[in-house]
Ligand binder design. Structure first.
Ligand code: G3P
Length: 217
């Protein structure tokens, strides 16, 4: 399973990258706004900076909602850097645009996916990635990881090539459960990635080893 970081914060991207386990980055308009990035030029420059920092796929989201606008914007985003994957929402014109991008050699990540039916449409249109939002599915009283499992099962038996990218991750346990059900990618906040490191018995054990090491110095 690949690890992406779900942020537009450069310090966090750098920290995750330095761990040596980072395979890519996903962003969205909310995450860009959180970093105070305003205006198309600033947003595009920010994407370029991220692409130069990380050797992997970087999802950059369109904000148009009509076919012509999505295609126009997606072409501009894809021209920023070869690492860019154009993130397109799961709407009617979005599906149409994903198919257009597929036919024209531009990779896409279909976002705001909450059901297996939506995921089938992404795959049929040729998206490189499908992004089920597991935290938000959980928030609405369903089981997000179960949706990831169902999508992965359908893609496997149907031979779809679209990669399942579990998004809206809220905890280390989400990451572990996504790995169990065969998600191809998990895009996580830095906190959840670092949360995987933690175990009190590791801390207790290390303290004891270091204490005992003093006896043999
Ligand atoms: O990037 C999309 C997704 O990961 C958003 O997560 O926490 O806002 O539901 P969240």
């Amino acid at each position: 399973m690949k690890f992406f970081i779900d942020t537009a914060n450069l310090a966090q991207i750098k920290e995750a990258n330095e761990l040596g386990i980072l395979d890519g980055v996903t962003t969205n308009p909310t995450l860009m706004a959180k970093e105070g990035i305003k205006g198309q030029e600033a947003v595009y420059n920010h994407y370029r900076t991220i692409c130069e920092m990380v050797n992997g796929d970087i999802s950059a989201e369109v904000i148009s909602t009509d076919f012509a606008g999505i295609v126009e914007e997606g072409k501009k985003l894809a021209a920023i850097h070869p690492h860019i994957v154009v993130k397109v929402p799961m709407i009617r014109d979005g599906v149409k645009a994903i198919k257009w991008f597929t036919d024209n050699g531009i990779r896409t990540n279909c976002t705001l996916v909450f059901s297996a039916g939506q995921a089938i449409l992404c795959a049929k249109a040729g998206a490189a990635y499908v992004s089920p939002f597991i935290g938000r599915i959980d928030d609405s009283g369903w089981d997000g990881v179960q949706v990831v499992e169902q999508i992965k099962h359908i893609y496997t038996i149907q031979g779809f090539k679209t990669l399942v990218l579990a998004a809206s991750i809220r905890s280390p346990n989400h990451i572990i459960r996504c790995a169990e059900v065969g998600a191809d990618v998990c895009t996580c906040p830095l906190e959840s990635i670092l949360g995987l490191l933690k175990h009190p018995l590791t801390d207790i054990g290390l303290a004891k080893f270091l204490e005992d090491a003093k006896k043999s110095i």
